[in-house]
Design a protein around this ligand. Structure first.
Ligand SMILES: [Cu+2]
Length: 355
């Protein structure tokens, strides 16, 4: 970091000296030196414009070739495909427009470069042209916005008519805790003011609320495949954001209020691990890890793919490490797991703190 800062300061000093020399030169009255660009100068600049065009096209092709494989694998939630289509079409339009406009910009800069005797054409306006370049973006953008609103309404379906599983995601610097609503599928009332660490009440559950007695507090999120999950998000301290990239889900966690998001997982963790794209990613990551292990570096154990909940708001110094594993499994596996967990009521009675 210090090296980067030193280099930056040195570069800035060099630029300052260079600029000051230039100002000094300009302030000297020297009739002999002509600062006007010649036809040749303009031609060179015109060709440089083309060179820059080749550079940006080249870097685009290179990025597609090299980095497409680091994108997320196919979505693991029911709404994900719709979200991905909207993203793909928006990107395709941006890509198409940018490819053409960059070409036109650089080509005209070359074509109409300064030449001795060449005069600029005075051209006030053209209604037909202005109409065309206004109406096309209007139609395209209106289409994207309407489609976006429709998709947003579909995704933000947090109604509980189809019996969703209710889970609370509780954010704090710097970890996540999940709370299942238990047999009654109703979360007990909670408030950060009621947190009582000594009594295993780490989420501030209201002990007088009967709905809370069967709630289950865990540090690993298990979800049954094919069932809608309604997440209720809370934050203890600052703004966090519950981000589950493989399910194309994200919602801010705001202190003092409950936010919601819901989705239906459609692929179990085991199924996702069989996805060719995921297999390829794991293989590449483990190749890097193997090289690290050979060099004796820490954190170089082979990696196994898992869904993950991350925080997507810079919430403090350990923000990068604020994560929780998500396991999507069959209904039977889920039932077995949830049955093995202690309820809040049981926990409080025995006084065992959740680690
Ligand atoms: Cu955070």
């Amino acid at each position: 970091m210090i090296t980067v800062l030193t280099i930056t300061v040195l570069v800035l000093i060099a630029i300052a000296i260079w600029q000051m020399t230039k100002i000094f030169e300009l302030s000297q009255l020297r009739a002999a030196k002509n600062e006007t660009a010649t036809d040749n100068d303009n031609k060179v600049n015109g060709y440089l414009m083309f060179a820059f065009l080749v550079f940006i096209y080249g870097i685009t092709i290179f990025s597609f070739y090299k980095y497409t494989k680091v994108l997320l694998p196919e979505s693991a939630s029911a709404h994900g495909a719709e979200y991905d289509s909207l993203m793909f079409v928006s990107m395709l339009i941006i890509f198409f427009v940018q490819t053409i406009t960059q070409f036109l910009l650089h080509y005209f800069a070359y074509k109409y470069r300064g030449e001795k005797g060449k005069k600029a054409l005075f051209y006030a306006d053209n209604h037909k042209l202005e109409f065309i370049w206004t109406i096309i973006p209007v139609i395209v953008l209106a289409g994207l916005i309407l489609w976006g609103l429709y998709t947003w309404t579909n995704i933000m379906d947090i109604n509980d008519e189809d019996d969703p599983l209710v889970v609370e995601l509780y954010a704090q610097q710097f970890n996540w805790t999940a709370r299942y609503a238990g047999d009654d599928n109703v979360l007990g009332e909670a408030n950060v003011r009621m947190i009582d660490i000594d009594n295993a009440n780490i989420l501030g559950l209201d002990e007088s609320d009967p709905n809370g007695a069967d709630d289950i507090i865990v540090k690993e999120l298990h979800l049954p495949v094919g069932r809608k999950v309604n997440f209720h998000m809370r934050s203890q301290d600052v703004l966090h954001s519950a981000y589950m990239p493989h399910f194309r889900a994200q919602m801010n966690c705001v202190p003092g209020m409950i936010t919601q998001f819901s989705f239906t997982p459609i692929k179990t963790t085991a199924e996702m691990r069989q996805d060719p794209d995921v297999i390829d990613k794991v293989k590449r990551a483990n190749k890097i890890r193997a090289a690290k292990a050979a060099a004796g570096e820490p954190n170089s154990d082979p990696w196994e793919y898992d869904y993950i909940l991350l925080c997507n708001k810079i919430c403090g110094k350990s923000h990068y490490n604020m994560q929780m594993k998500i396991i999507v499994e069959t209904q039977e596996e889920y039932d077995k797991w949830i049955a093995s967990q202690k309820t809040f009521g049981g926990e409080a009675a025995t006084g065992v703190a959740v680690k």
